[in-house]
Design a protein around this ligand. Structure first.
Ligand SMILES: Nc1nc2c(c(=O)[nH]1)N[C@H]1C(S)=C(S)[C@@H](COP(=O)(O)OP(=O)(O)OC[C@H]3O[C@@H](n4cnc5c(=O)[nH]c(N)nc54)[C@H](O)[C@@H]3O)O[C@H]1N2
Ligand SMILES: Nc1nc2c(c(=O)[nH]1)N[C@H]1C(S)=C(S)[C@@H](COP(=O)(O)OP(=O)(O)OC[C@H]3O[C@@H](n4cnc5c(=O)[nH]c(N)nc54)[C@H](O)[C@@H]3O)O[C@H]1N2
Ligand code: SF4
Ligand SMILES: [Mo]
Length: 807
C-alpha cells in the first residue's frame, strides 16, 4: 500500500476559484451508470461529463469519498473511490449503498429549496415560502428579543449530527459573539461509556487498541459491537474487521441479543444474551475465574485498585466493598455471582458461561472490545465498566494482542475546526435533557439533573437553532412527550431549523432555512480505522434554488446582529478552510498541501497497530494513569464523592443502596428483562441499521425497499401471538404504539424484540388519539428518563407487547 500514489488524471482539478471552482472534465458517461440506481436520465446522455469529489458528512465513521458525475450542472450519477482511482488495492474509502444513493436525496422532490415560515401548528408540517430577508430578520430579531427578556442561558443549539466537516459549527460561533448560549455535554452516542471510562482508566485512555492488534490475539470477545453494520465504508472498522478475520486464527465470540451481521462469514460464535445483562455475565465469569484460581492477582494488585480488600482505598477497607466481595457474596446484595446465577439473568446456559470463563482464564492474548449498544441503556455506565473490568481480571491489558475492553481505537487524521469562539455562558446540561430544560429548566440542578458550571438553571430554553439534526423528536426519546413539550409555544418560543429535507424535527421549527450538502460546497474531513485518511471536495454543482451554506446563513444573522466582521474575520468559508488546513499541516507536516489535497481528493495514510495502555503496562509508576490512585480503578472513590447527595430514583442503584455503586455491578434495568410486566411482557432493544444512518436516508424509497423497517421477534414469541414473517404488527408500551413488519427469526433471543432505530416517525399527532406511528420509529416507545450517572439516553432499554394488526 502506498500513500496516494493514485493517478489524478481523471480529475485534474483546476485551481480552486470559489463556489464554482474545480471542475474536472472527463469523457465517459451513461454506459457506466450503476444499474442499481437507475439509468442516467436521457437528458444527460449526450452532455459532457465532469467529475467532482466530495465526502459523506453524515454521522457515520466512514466519511467516504463520493464521486459525482455531473452533466449540465446536474448530478447524473454518484459512485465512489475505487482501486482504479487509487492505484492501489486497499484501503479505499468506498461509499456504501446509502452514499451511492445521494442523488435520490439531493434531487428529491422534498428537498428544501427556499426559506419558509410555519403557518400551521408546531408539528403539523405546514409552511409557506418567504424571502431570505424575512427569514433572517425574523430569526435575528427573535433571538434578540429572547436574549433581552431571558438572558443568553435561554438560547440553545441542540445535539445534532447531520454534518461533519471542518467548518460545521458556524451557528455556535455566531451565538458566542452575541452573549452566548447554554452548553451541553455528553453525546447520544456514548454518554454512559464516556462518563465511566475516566473513573476507571483516567481521562486519556478512552479508546482501545486498533482492530489490527487483534491479529495477535488467540481469543476475541465483542460485546454488542457490529463493525459490519455500524462502521460501514471502505476504510474503517467494517473493512478492518473483514481483513482481521482473514488473518486471525483466534476464536471469536460476539455477545449480542441479536445475531448481528458481523457474526456472518467466519466460524464465529454468537452468544445470545438478554439485553442489559452483560455485567451479570462478567460477574459469572469472574466467579468462575476466582474459584478456579485463574485470576491474575499480580496484575490486579500492581495495576488496579478495588479488586479485593488488599487494594481498597484506606477509608473503604473492612466494609466488604471490593469487587471480590461483590462477586463472592460478602458485600452489596450479598448474593454469590455464580455462573448459575448469571445464567438465569443472561439467558446463557451455565455450561456455556463456564466454558467461556475457562477460555478467558486460559487463552492469551485476549482481545476484549465493546460497541456502544451495551452502554446506551439504563444501567449502561456499569455495563460498560464491567466489560472493561473483564480483561483486567486476567491481566490482558497493555500487551500485544490485547485491548482494554473499550471500543477499538483508530488511526485518524485530525483537522482544525472553525473556532466556536468563547461562549460567555458557562452552564451546561446533559444533551439528552434538553426537553426537560424546555419544560421545567429552573427546576434542574446539579444534583438532580447533572447541571454543570452552576448549581441550577435560572431559565428554561426559549430559543433553539436546530442545525442538521433530527433530535428534537425522531432521534430523541418518547416522541409523543417531545411533541407535547415542543408544540407548546409558550415553552420554547422560537425554533430555527436548518436542514436539507423536512425531517420530523423540522415540523416544529418556526423558520426553516434550506442548506447545501457539504459536497455542494468546498469541504474537508479526516477520519480512519486501522488506516487514516482525509477527503477534500469541491462543489458538484452550482447552488440550486435559494439554498445557501450554513456559513452564509450564520453570516447573514451575524450581520443583522451587528457582529458580521467579528464572525467572518473578513474571510469566506473557503478562506477559513484554507487557513484551518494550514494550521493542521503545521501540526501534521506530512499532510499534502491544500492544492494537492484538493487535487487528490483522497489522502490515505497507512496506520500503525496501536496497543492501548502499553506504556502503563510497561511502567505503571512512570506512566501512571490520571485517576486519583494513578492505577486502574475497579472501585472509584471519586465516583462516590462526585455523586454525593444526588437525588436518585427507584431502580437507579442496587436494591437497598442509597448511593450509586462505585464498582462495576449488575443493576437490573428499569425496563428490562427482569422488569417486564403482564401488560408489557417482552424486552425491546434497539440497534443501528444498515438501511440508514439514524434517520438520514429514512425517507428514500429505494433504500426502504432494500431495508424494510421490521421488528425482530423470536419464533417462540411470534407463535404465541399468531404472528408470521412479514405480518404487519403493532409494538406498544406505556409511551406509545408503532406499526411495522414482523421479522420472525431465531436471530434474536426469546423474550426480546429488536427494532432498528432511526425510522421516520409517521403519526397523525393531531387527529389520532393513539398517535399510532406507522413509520415504526422506536423512539415512540423510549423513555426520557436519563441513566443515573451520566444522565444519558438509555434508548435501548424498553419493554413492550406485540400484537398482529387484525386484517
Ligand atoms: N432509540 C434510539 N435513538 C437514538 C439512538 C439509538 O441508538 N436508539 N442513537 C442516538 C445516536 S448515537 C445519535 S448520534 C443520534 C443521531 O441523531 P441525529 O443527529 O438527529 O441524526 P440523523 O437522524 O441522521 O439526523 C441528521 C439530520 O441532518 C440532516 N442533514 C443531512 N445532511 C445535511 C446537511 O448537509 N445539512 C443540513 N443542514 N442537514 C443535513 C438530515 O436530513 C437529518 O435531518 O440519534 C440518537 N437516537
Ligand atoms: N449503518 C449505520 N451505521 C452507523 C449508524 C447508523 O445509524 N447506521 N450510526 C452511527 C453512530 S452515530 C453511532 S453512535 C454508532 C453506534 O454504534 P453502536 O452503539 O455500537 O451500535 P448499536 O447498533 O446501538 O449497538 C451495537 C450492537 O449492540 C447490541 N446490543 C444492544 N444492547 C446490548 C446489550 O445490552 N448487550 C450486548 N451485548 N449487546 C447489545 C445491538 O444489538 C447491536 O448489534 O454507529 C454509527 N454507525
Ligand atoms: S453512510 Fe457511512 S459508509 Fe455510507 S457513504 Fe456515508 S460515510 Fe460511507
Ligand atoms: Mo451516535
Amino acid at each position: 500500500m502506498s500513500t496516494n500514489t493514485h493517478a489524478v488524471s481523471r480529475r485534474s482539478f483546476l485551481k480552486t476559484t470559489g463556489a464554482l471552482g474545480a471542475l474536472a472534465v472527463a469523457a465517459g458517461g451513461a454506459a457506466s451508470a450503476d444499474a442499481m440506481f437507475g439509468e442516467v436520465p436521457a437528458a444527460f446522455a449526450d452532455a459532457q461529463e465532469k467529475i467532482t469529489w466530495g465526502h459523506c458528512a453524515i454521522n457515520c465513521p466512514g466519511r467516504c469519498s463520493l464521486k459525482f458525475h455531473v452533466k449540465d450542472d446536474e448530478v447524473a450519477w454518484v459512485d465512489t473511490f475505487t482501486s482504479k482511482d487509487a492505484g492501489f488495492d486497499d484501503p479505499q474509502p468506498r461509499a456504501c449503498l446509502r452514499g451511492r444513493t445521494y442523488r435520490r436525496w439531493l434531487a428529491h422532490p422534498d428537498r428544501l429549496s427556499y426559506p419558509m415560515k410555519r403557518v400551521g401548528k408546531r408539528g403539523e408540517g405546514k409552511f409557506e415560502r418567504i424571502s431570505w430577508e424575512e427569514a433572517i430578520d425574523t430569526a435575528a430579531s427573535k433571538l434578540k428579543e429572547v436574549i433581552d427578556t431571558y438572558g443568553n442561558e435561554a438560547v440553545y443549539v441542540p445535539y445534532a449530527t447531520g454534518v461533519s466537516a471542518s467548518t460545521s459549527r458556524p451557528f455556535n460561533r455566531m451565538l458566542s459573539l452575541v452573549g452566548g448560549y447554554l452548553n451541553f455535554y455528553n453525546s447520544y452516542s456514548t454518554a454512559q461509556i464516556s462518563c465511566i471510562t475516566p473513573y476507571m482508566y483516567g481521562s486519556k485512555q478512552s479508546s482501545g487498541s486498533t482492530l489490527s492488534t487483534a491479529e495477535d490475539a488467540e481469543l476475541i470477545l465483542l460485546f454488542g459491537s457490529s463493525p459490519v453494520e455500524t462502521r460501514q465504508g471502505g476504510a474503517v472498522s467494517h473493512y478492518d474487521w473483514a481483513h482481521l478475520r482473514e488473518k486471525t486464527n483466534a476464536k471469536i465470540y460476539i455477545i449480542d441479543p441479536r445475531m448481528n451481521d458481523s457474526v456472518m462469514g467466519h466460524s464465529d460464535t454468537w452468544l445470545p444474551i438478554n439485553p442489559g445483562t452483560d455485567a451479570a455475565l462478567v460477574a459469572g465469569i469472574a466467579h468462575y475465574l476466582i474459584e478456579h484460581d485463574m485470576v491474575d492477582l499480580d496484575f490486579l494488585h500492581t495495576y488496579c485498585v478495588g479488586y479485593d480488600e488488599e487494594t481498597m482505598p484506606e477509608a473503604y477497607k473492612g466494609k466488604n466493598l471490593s469487587y471480590y466481595d461483590y462477586i463472592m457474596g460478602a458485600g452489596y446484595d450479598k448474593v454469590e455471582k455464580t455462573p448459575a446465577w448469571a445464567a438465569k439473568i443472561t439467558g446463557i446456559p451455565v455450561e456455556t458461561i463456564e466454558k467461556l470463563a475457562y477460555e478467558v482464564g486460559t487463552t492469551k492474548p485476549l482481545y476484549v472490545n465493546q460497541g456502544w449498544g451495551p452502554q446506551r441503556r439504563s444501567n449502561g455506565e456499569w455495563t460498560s465498566w464491567a466489560i472493561m473490568a473483564l480483561p483486567c481480571l486476567v491481566g490482558q491489558i497493555g500487551l500485544e494482542g490485547t485491548s482494554n475492553g473499550t471500543r477499538e481505537g483508530s488511526n485518524s487524521i485530525s483537522l482544525s475546526s472553525l473556532p466556536k469562539g468563547t461562549n460567555p455562558v458557562k452552564k451546561s446540561i446533559p444533551c439528552f435533557l434538553f426537553t426537560d430544560a424546555i419544560d421545567h429548566g429552573p427546576e434542574m440542578t446539579a444534583k438532580n439533573a447533572g447541571v454543570k458550571g452552576g448549581d441550577k438553571l435560572e431559565v428554561g430554553i426559549k430559543y433553539m437553532i436546530n442545525y442538521a439534526g433530527n433530535c428534537l423528536t425522531n432521534q430523541h426519546s418518547d416522541i409523543n412527550k417531545a411533541h407535547d413539550i415542543l408544540s407548546d409555544e409558550s415553552k420554547c418560543e422560537f425554533i430555527l431549523g436548518v436542514d436539507t429535507v423536512m425531517c420530523d424535527s423540522l415540523k416544529y421549527a418556526d423558520i426553516i432555512l434550506p442548506d447545501l450538502f457539504r459536497f455542494e460546497q468546498v469541504s474537508m474531513i479526516g477520519t480512519g480505522g486501522d488506516n487514516a485518511y482525509m477527503i477534500a471536495g469541491q462543489p458538484c454543482t452550482s447552488p440550486k434554488f435559494e439554498r445557501k451554506t450554513a456559513y452564509e446563513m450564520a453570516t447573514l444573522m451575524a450581520e443583522k446582529l451587528g457582529v458580521k466582521d467579528e464572525f467572518t474575520e473578513g474571510k469566506t468559508e473557503e478562506e477559513w478552510i484554507v487557513e484551518l488546513y494550514e494550521q493542521s499541516r503545521e501540526k501534521d507536516p506530512e499532510l499534502p498541501t491544500y492544492e494537492q489535497a484538493m487535487e487528490q481528493g483522497v489522502y490515505v495514510r497507512p496506520g500503525k497497530k496501536k496497543v492501548s495502555m502499553e506504556k502503563f503496562r510497561t511502567d505503571p509508576v512512570a506512566n501512571a494513569l490520571d485517576t486519583p490512585s494513578g492505577k486502574i480503578e475497579i472501585f472509584s472513590e471519586k465516583l462516590l464523592q462526585f455523586t454525593d447527595g444526588w437525588e436518585l430514583q427507584d431502580g437507579d442503584t442496587l436494591a437497598g443502596m442509597d448511593t450509586l455503586p462505585a464498582i462495576p455491578v449488575y443493576i437490573p434495568e428499569w425496563f428490562g428483562v427482569e422488569s417486564t410486566t403482564e401488560e408489557f411482557p417482552l424486552a425491546l432493544t434497539g440497534f443501528h441499521y444498515r438501511g440508514r444512518i439514524h434517520s438520514s436516508w429514512g425517507f428514500i424509497e429505494d433504500l426502504k425497499e432494500v431495508n424494510p423497517q421490521e421488528a425482530w421477534i423470536n419464533p417462540l414469541d411470534a407463535q404465541e401471538r399468531g404472528i408470521s414473517q412479514g405480518d404487519t404488527i403493532r409494538v406498544k408500551n406505556q409511551f406509545g404504539v408503532i406499526e411495522l413488519l414482523a421479522k420472525v427469526t431465531p436471530r434474536v433471543v426469546p423474550g426480546t424484540v429488536a427494532v432498528s432505530q432511526g425510522a421516520w416517525h409517521d403519526a397523525d399527532m393531531f387527529g389520532d388519539a393513539e398517535r399510532v406511528d406507522k413509520g415504526g420509529s422506536i423512539n415512540t416507545l423510549t423513555t426520557q428518563r436519563p441513566s443515573p450517572l451520566s444522565k444519558g439516553n438509555p434508548q435501548h432499554t424498553n419493554i413492550c407487547q406485540v400484537e398482529k394488526v387484525s386484517a
